[in-house]
Design a binder for this molecule. Structure first.
Ligand SMILES: Nc1ncnc2c1ncn2[C@@H]1O[C@H](COP(=O)(O)OP(=O)(O)O)[C@@H](O)[C@H]1O
Ligand SMILES: N[C@@H](CCC(=O)OP(=O)(O)O)C(=O)O
Length: 372
């Protein structure tokens, strides 16, 4: 039986730090050259590939002679800046040996959180793919501080899969896949070969932190699969050391863990909303408004909003909370925070008299709202 990956036409391949640097010992050029050969074979089969490559910090540490990963953000940033040079040099030279062009794309959370920059990134990546170039993406570590970093590239890779509407996300790591428990700690752990992305039990078994070289561990991979599934992408978590791993995966062979996407793809706009990592504010609703949004699939009206926090402007993404404070939806606010405050609990017919204008009858229109 072949897996759904046999039909993939556009894929994101994420390679973790521990693999790329052979556990922290410096970039593993032979391994990179081998993956590049496999990517070239996929391209020859007309499969578009984007690589998300970690390893800048690990390579930077190696170059600077640091044996322990620093905690200070400025040191991590310095190591990333040093290491990124080595990382792209190796990717570039390995791809050019196979007559393929590469492009370095460094992204931050803020780039994907801003609609304009998100659209720019999407257009650029699509253009590169159209030109037959292999984009090599990493987080732009030097310009982000801890609170706004992705920190692990699993999340970034999932967002890239959403961004370009990939059919599949492959996460190459140092384990054979997702196990029933951390195999470093539990020798009896068994491989989960197939599951539905987003199943709650996956998060429970992936709880442990990662290796000392990588940062996310399995939990970020399982969450990345959930995120990727929102735009219909299946995720494979698999050992990068498996021979011909990419070629075999995309021939439909079952290797490692396949976390299948079941949900129909959301419209691109809604997907962007769902992936917004840092909404600019929060609007709390009463129970009636929660029902209108979740059950009746309606727009949000001011009459059902009871509180607002944050300093957002019209058109910005806000998080929508139920009376218990749990996030239930995200959407684009039709009014800025200070105006929302003035029209809380007010019927639509009173908005113009209170604010002196009526931007839209709804606080958030259904088309700009995604229930989580
Ligand atoms: N249930 C699990 N199955 C497999 N690996 C697990 C699990 N829970 C925790 N891990 C750990 O996650 C590590 C992989 O994460 P990480 O070190 O961040 O890798 P990468 O650099 O590839 O992102 C594994 O080496 C393993 O020790
Ligand atoms: N942007 C960072 C990646 C951080 C990281 O450790 O990611 P990962 O190994 O995928 O868990 C780097 O290049 O070092």
């Amino acid at each position: 039986m072949t897996t759904p990956l046999a039909k993939a036409k556009r894929v994101v391949v994420k390679i973790g730090s521990s693999l790329l640097t052979a556990g922290g010992a410096g970039l593993d050029r032979a391994a990179i050259s081998d993956w590049v050969g496999q990517v070239a074979a996929l391209r020859a089969k007309k499969i578009e590939v984007i690589v998300v490559s970690s390893g800048a910090i690990a390579e930077g540490m190696q170059r600077l002679g640091w044996s322990k990963r620093p905690h200070a953000v400025n040191e991590l940033q310095a190591a990333a800046a040093v290491g990124q040079m080595g990382l792209v040099q190796v990717w570039e030279s390995c791809f050019s040996e196979r007559d393929l062009h590469t492009a370095q794309v460094l992204l931050t959370n803020a780039d994907l959180a801003d609609r304009n920059r998100y659209l720019n990134a999407r257009t650029t990546l699509r253009t590169l793919l159209g030109l037959g170039v292999i984009p090599v993406i990493n987080e732009n570590d030097t310009v982000v501080v801890d609170e706004i970093r992705f920190g692990d590239n699993d999340t970034l890779a999932a967002l890239v899969a959403n961004l370009i509407e990939a059919d599949a996300l492959v996460i190459l790591t140092d384990q054979a896949g997702l196990f029933s428990a951390d195999p470093r700690k539990d020798p009896k752990a068994t491989l989960v070969s197939h599951a539905i992305a987003g199943e709650a039990k996956l998060e429970a078994i992936a709880g442990g932190a990662g290796s000392h070289v990588g940062s996310g561990g399995m939990i970020t991979k399982v969450l990345a699969a959930k995120r990727a599934a929102r735009s219909g992408a299946h995720t494979a978590i698999v050992s990068g050391r498996e021979a011909d791993v990419l070629s075999r995966l995309f021939s439909g062979e079952s290797i490692g863990t396949l976390l299948e996407a079941q949900t129909a793809p959301l419209a691109a706009r809604k997907q962007w909303l769902a992936d917004h990592l840092q909404p600019a504010g929060r609007i709390t609703l009463d129970a009636g408004a929660v029902k209108a949004l979740v059950t009746d699939r309606k727009s949000l009206l001011a009459v059902g909003a009871t509180a607002v926090t944050g300093d957002f402007g019209r058109g910005e993404v806000v998080s929508v909370l139920g009376p218990d404070g749990r996030e239930i939806a995200r959407g684009l606010a039709n009014y800025g925070a200070s105006d929302v405050l003035r029209i809380l609990r007010k019927p639509t017919t009173e908005i113009e008299a209170i604010l002196g204008y009526l931007a839209e009858p709804e606080l958030i229109h259904r088309d700009n709202l995604v229930v989580l």
